[in-house]
Design a protein around this ligand. Sequence first.
Ligand code: AP5
Length: 250
Amino acid sequence: MSGHPTRQGWFSGEAVECNPLPPPREHPYRLVLLGPPGVGKGTQATLLCEYTRACHLSTGELFRAAKCQHAPSPAMLLALDAMRRGELVSDEVVISMVQERMTCLHCPGGFSLDGFPRTVRQARELDRMLAESDLTLDAVVCYELPLEEIVARLGGRRTCSDCRAVYHVTANPPAVPDVCDQCGGALVLREDDHPTAIRRRMQAYRADTAPLIDYYAATGKLIRIEAVGTPEAIRARTVEALHALMGAVA
Ligand code: AP5
């Protein structure tokens, strides 16, 4: 994705100007990606952003990046503990982190939010933050996949410890085992990809996040996508559904 904005505003939490700035669009895409852990939201966000040219904004990535900070705040340490156990981080912490990054939500290049919102309270806050700036979401894409395939995807996932690129040991292996194709970094198993944490993440999804499907269905902006097949086939299905909902805005 050469020439794509580096998202430093999202990761640093400051009003840092991205370099390069996203290309201005007559109608930037403002999307939310929903779906259970491991369904492929991050993979699709990366692929979709090549098409929409909007930034991939993941709250999970934000927390994982904060883990590497020198002195994480007490609130962040609690958040990282919850994450390791497979529980949701508190709404207060997540909402304040997103509020600090409002510049990314206002970006003229648009955004694909991945992992936020995750509760009805977060969804209401997002609506409020966007409405304050006369912005609205274009679509909420909900990916669906049978549980056994999700478990296979999570069990085989490897993530670059340096640049955060995501691989799968069989579906998307690196050229050299355990080495990132993009930066040469070491590929690791995520701390929350062990069976107990996966079970808790699934429970949290069912209890707190799945209600968002009805929340967004009521707005008429929900698109349901079967997340089977190759990542490229799923992206093509998503783009087709976005066009059907929004018209060709690209
Ligand atoms: P987060 O990082 O958002 O994790 P998640 O929602 O559990 O989702 P994943 O990243 O596990 O999966 P994914 O759907 O992105 O799948 P991926 O593309 O990697 O959040 C982590 C934690 O942070 C949460 O548990 C919580 O503690 C905290 N948190 C974050 N946001 C929060 C919020 N808003 N509120 C409260 N807490 C919050 O794909 C998975 C694997 O499958 C990869 O190996 C990939 O290569 C492979 N794959 C992808 N597509 C395909 C395909 N089509 N075919 C075969 N393999 C594929």
